[in-house]
Each structure stands twice: as structure tokens, then as C-alpha cells.
Unconditional design. Sequence first.
Length: 325
Amino acid sequence: MNDPVLAPRLAPDFVKRLGHGIHVVDTGFHRPLFDAAYLIVERGRAAFVDAGTNHSVPRLLAALAGAGLDVGDVDYVIATHVHLDHAGGVGLLIEQLPQARLVVHPRGARHLARPAHLIKSATSVYGAAEIERSYGTLVPVASERMVTTQDGMTIELAGRPLRFLHTPGHAMHHHCIWDAASRGFFTGDTFGLSYRDFDTADGAWIMPTTTPVQFQPEALRRSIERMVALDPEWIYATHYGRVGDVPRLAVTLLAQLDEMVAFARTTSRGPERHRALLDGLEAIHLRSLRAHGVTLNDDRIRELLALDLELNAQGIAIWLDRLSA
């Protein structure tokens, strides 16, 4: 805690208490209210769910201190999956937490133990300059500090059960965490993206995320339906925050997923496909947003969704290429 890079520098106005010992932390990645990590506190013990990037670590430590806890009070750091906006900071965070173990999907463990391949893959999507600017140098996690999950496995945080469901579709290395105490799922990216900019009198809006490189629409639908079958009251999404009215959101999410896939199948491989995918996906989401009552102008919506549209188009293109291989 003497390292000036790691010492909390900001007042904890980026932390919000949600009840049931759950705190949502704005990691500061990309823009406000874009990327979340969660702190779960139970009887003086704590767990983080997702960690943002290396640049997010001071905020997580500040959230911990704001909850009246010390670095030795954290038992687990849980990565929903190993994409860098979720797990880029786990190694650096684990270094600061002497008692904590990293809980990770077995398909993701090797990437966090030896992050070179993860960086190479992300660099192919974002470019080297953006990786350095947004994520920094990833810190590996020693294998003896890792716990890998099995589907249906439960760990306990001071007696509070956290159950892990393997949820492929967004990524093969993705699991979601069922918290019976709050009747909520920590969903990473499996249950889509829900930005507060698009809230209306009808509540939250949600959209799928098909980020490269392991998008599988059929598996994603099954994962979403599996979670909905447990009748959750809350979804704790990484992008961004807690949302309720889960059955309605699931309908919105799956309807767009089906429309995205149907449209993607009409496109042809070639230099114009990426532009066609961007335009088609934008049109699908704009229709859904207008039906939800969002009144922001088209340019503002494009600005808010620019990164997601780009990544979704790339991920769908990779999926299409696999289908035709």
C-alpha cells in the first residue's frame, strides 16, 4: 500500500451500495458507468467479482477501505471471464490481497497464469498502443493462488454460498455466479450490456455482446435461458450495474440476438462485410431503443454504442467465418 500507483487517490464517489452487502464499483474504464466490478461483503469477509484493468486497482482498494475492510479481509477475486476489461487487473489486485485466491473458469486459468497469449489476442483486436494505454502490463497469477470452477460448484464467503454456472456463448471461459442471498446473478457479459444512458420510464434496456473471438449464438441462448430458469430478481452486469425486471430484459436480449444472427447470415464475405455488419447491427439496436422509449438522438446513441458495435461486428464476422470454414 506504499506504492503511489496503488494508493487510493479518489474519493469513493465511484462506489454505490446495493444492499445484501454488495457494492458496485465504477472501474473508470472507457467512460463513467461503463465497466463495473463488485465487492461482496459478508460478516467481515469480502470477495471481488471482476477487477477491471490495472488502472482500476486503486478504486477497488478504495472501495474496500470505504467498506471498513483491510486487504487481509478479502478471500476471493472472481473473474467472470478473462477478457481484459473484466480480468486485466486481477494479477495486480491479487498482489495486494495476501489472503485472496483467484476463482476462474478452467479454460481461463492458463491465460491469467501466463498472460502473453491473452495480450497477443487482445492486441490483434485493439492494437498495441491501445493495449498499453488502457490495460498496462498484465501481472501473472501464480497457479497455487487459483481455484478453478466446475459447473454447479459452490464456494462459501463466510458461509454465504456463491454458485458457479458455466455459461458459454460470449466466451468459452465464462461462468456466472448465483448469489442466493440477493437472488442475483453476476453475469459478466453473458446477460448482455445495459447502460444507464438508455433507462426510460419502462426501466432498463439491454443488448447482446458478441465480442471476439468465441461468440456462439446457440450456446449463448442456452446460457441465458438457464439463468432465467432460476428466477433471479437481479442481474449484476459488468456493463453496467444492477438491473431488475429480468424476464422482460431476457425477452429484449434474446429478440435482438435472434435478429442479429438472422441479419448476419444474409451478409457475404468480402471487404464490404464489416461496414454492412456495423450498419445492420446499429439499425437493430436503434429500433429496439426507440421501442423502449429512448429519445436520445441517433448521433448520441452511435457515440455511446460505437465501441460495442465495432466489437460485435468483429465477433460476428469471426463466427461467420467459422461456419463457412
